[in-house]
Design a protein around this ligand. Structure first.
Ligand SMILES: [Ca+2]
Ligand SMILES: [Ca+2]
Length: 259
């Protein structure tokens, strides 16, 4: 793997691991705000018009795991981004969407159910291996390159409402690469700890190897001793048998002489 590909492998990995560094937005980076009702909708995701929401409309699906709203947006600068959204969760059974960014696998966004029954702006999270009340990645950070991008909100729990969302710049990609690929000073200590750990394991391995070899030698000696003992017993029995045969022979001789 080349250094470059290694770096670009690390970036999404770090993002998936929930890299959670928070920095203020650069002044040149204005969040891209998109009204939910402006998307390309697939039924039963639908627009509900209401005076008290942004743009006088929001979206929701009336059937679980059905319907979709898709949006395109343009990014000028490569970087790490997140999404904030104005959403409404009526209950814990009505507080989630599937979110899909470009061609990445879709993930579950759990709207904070603690703020149910009123509109609430929060970071879009990614439940992943977490729980609805404690998503694994919150906020969910991801990398975008300059150009056109697609995001879709798919129906998961009917009744979950989305008024608008914002794609927000977090930090430049170069900064993320440097931070991810250049270990901080504290990591040097980690390297030494790992080195000592591996040396310790190596020593333990050598000790275990020599103990096994020694045990093998002991086993050979024990087998040898055992063979010697058995040979001795065998010799004794042969001698006994020989004595018996000689005894029989003598008796026969004596009998024959009598006859
Ligand atoms: Ca839920
Ligand atoms: Ca709206």
């Amino acid at each position: 793997m080349t250094k470059k590909s290694f770096i670009f492998t690390l970036i999404p990995l770090a993002v998936l691991m929930g890299w959670s560094s928070q920095e203020s937005l650069a002044s040149s980076q204005v969040p891209i705000r998109i009204e939910a009702e402006s998307g390309q909708l697939t039924s039963p995701m639908e627009v509900i018009y209401h005076d008290n929401v942004s743009g006088d409309g929001y979206i929701m699906t009336k059937s679980d795991k059905r319907g979709k709203a898709t949006y395109q947006f343009h990014i000028d600068e490569a970087g790490v981004y997140k999404i904030t959204a104005q959403a409404y969760a009526a209950s814990i059974q009505k507080n989630s969407f599937y979110v899909k960014i470009n061609d990445k696998p879709r993930f579950v966004w759990d709207v904070d159910e603690q703020h149910k029954d009123f509109w609430y702006q929060d970071n879009v999270n990614n439940r992943a291996t977490g729980k609805p009340e404690k998503p694994e990645f919150d906020p969910y950070f991801f990398v975008l390159t300059p150009g056109e991008h697609t995001i879709s909100f798919e129906g998961r729990e009917a009744g979950t409402r989305l008024d608008y969302f914002q794609v927000e710049f977090v930090k430049p990609l170069e900064t993320a690469v440097v931070e991810i690929t250049e270990p901080p000073a504290s990591s040097v200590r980690g390297i030494f700890v790992n080195l000592i750990t591996w040396m310790g394991l190596g020593i333990l391995g050598c000790v275990a190897f020599f103990m096994i070899q020694k045990r093998k030698n002991v086993n050979v000696a024990q087998v040898g001793d055992d063979v010697d003992v058995r040979l001795t017993h065998f010799e004794h029995r042969v001698n006994d048998l020989q004595d018996i045969l000689l005894s029989i022979d003598e008796r026969l001789d004596r009998r024959l002489k009598r006859t």
